[in-house]
Write a protein that binds this ligand. Structure first.
Ligand code: SAH
Length: 367
């Protein structure tokens, strides 16, 4: 398997969107508004609309002076996400939205409604440079990083949708397109806006925000020192370097032991249980010895601060790989648990609308 596309860590800079309110720090907002002739406190008024009422159109912010609204809109509220297509499944419980960005790039986010919560799966990059061969997004390479506001606005759109249904967006997972820790500063800024209480942010609980990574070990350690208590998910997919070098090419740079060591540091610093993601692929990574090794390694490094989330592989179009049969999956779970590590199978909401793993954007691209 030497024909993998190359890992791309640095995104091309082209195409970043115009500056948006959500890209700016508190001081920058005040400065920008003063430049437009608005008083200091208008930053706070606007934040109340944006984070509290999910309103992104200054023309509807009626406590701003009427003759200033258009100016605020032009300067600080460019339209970032234009809906292209919306697909529903699971009896309307799951909605996947395909967005077009200002430069024509396509992006998707998926909203999953459960009886006790509503989870939004968001993207952190347009495309992805990690080149994992089983992932649809990984096949297309990296287009560019998303801006902070492009990340935050995915959340605002979904929060507005939930509010219109008389409900509330409660959970965020960075499991859409992209490698969040390769767009580190913007993702952290977005996480702060997602979790800060109103009016600084949407007020979603930090522990209900999951950042999922292929295992950029130094950035995992950095994240551990941010003083946030988000959930860290590590896409491990196999406990041995030989196979992981192929399934997650970044393993060539940060090997399993290094990634698990960083995960342990994260668990120690935050007290949070780390979630280990494992896409079960028939005859590739679903063997008994891998289940045993996985359970052992996780128990040894993370003790009780770990949980395994098995994901039945969602085959990408044209892929030679498939999900493991049910019996294999059950035995895998049993063996991991036998090592003292909790292990559950992720539900497959949205599978028939290709809501997992970049497939809608991939479909749209190929016509
Ligand atoms: N880059 C980050 C986050 C995006 S992917 C990461 O890798 O963690 C979110 C999760 O979906 C990851 O665990 C990823 O490995 C998994 N995934 C990607 N393609 C998949 C597929 N075809 N079937 C099942 N899971 C997949």
């Amino acid at each position: 398997m030497s024909d993998f596309p190359k890992i791309q860590l640095l995104a091309p800079k082209r195409g970043m969107p115009p500056k948006h309110f959500a890209d700016l720090s508190g001081e920058e907002r005040i400065a920008a508004l003063q430049e437009l002739g608005l008083p200091k406190f208008s930053a706070n008024q606007i934040a109340r609309h944006y984070y509290g009422k999910f309103e992104a159109d200054p023309l509807a912010m009626t406590d701003l002076p009427e003759n200033q609204r258009q100016r605020v809109k032009d300067a600080l509220f460019p339209r970032l996400l234009t809906p292209v297509r919306e697909v529903e499944t699971d009896d309307g419980d799951t909605t996947k939205t395909l967005w077009r960005l200002h430069d024509g790039i396509l992006l998707e986010s998926v909203l999953m409604r459960y009886p006790d919560r509503a989870t939004l799966c968001i993207s952190s990059q347009a495309g992805c440079g990690m080149a994992c061969p089983f992932c649809a997004t990984g096949q297309g390479g990296l287009d560019r990083n998303l801006s902070t506001a492009e990340i935050v606005d995915q959340v605002r759109e979904a929060a507005a949708k939930m509010a219109s249904e008389g409900s509330r967006l409660s959970n965020i997972v960075f499991m859409g397109m992209g490698e969040p820790l390769a767009n580190y500063n913007r993702v952290i800024s977005a996480v702060r806006q997602i979790t800060s209480p109103n009016p600084e942010g949407f007020g979603i609980s930090q522990r209900n925000v999951t950042v999922s990574t292929v295992g950029l070990a130094p950035q995992i350690r950095k994240l551990a020192d941010e003083g946030l208590s988000c959930t860290l998910a590590v896409s491990l997919h196999t406990p041995d370097d030989e196979l992981r070098d192929e399934l997650v090419p970044m393993n060539n740079r940060f090997a399993v032991a290094d990634v698990l060591d960083a995960a342990r540091y994260y668990a120690e610093q935050t007290g949070r249980r780390v979630s280990i993601e494992y896409a079960l692929i028939r005859d590739i990574n679903d063997h008994d010895f891998r289940a045993d090794m996985l359970g052992r390694k996780l128990h040894d490094t993370l003790g009780s601060l770990v949980h395994v989330n098995l994901i039945p592989l969602n085959p990408t179009p044209g892929s030679k790989w498939d999900a493991s049969p049910r019996g294999r999956q059950d035995e895998f779970v049993r063996r991991v648990i036998a090592q003292g590590v909790p292990c559950t199978v992720r539900d497959t909401k949205g599978q028939e609308i290709a809501a997992a793993c970049g497939q809608l954007a991939a479909e749209e691209k190929t016509g």
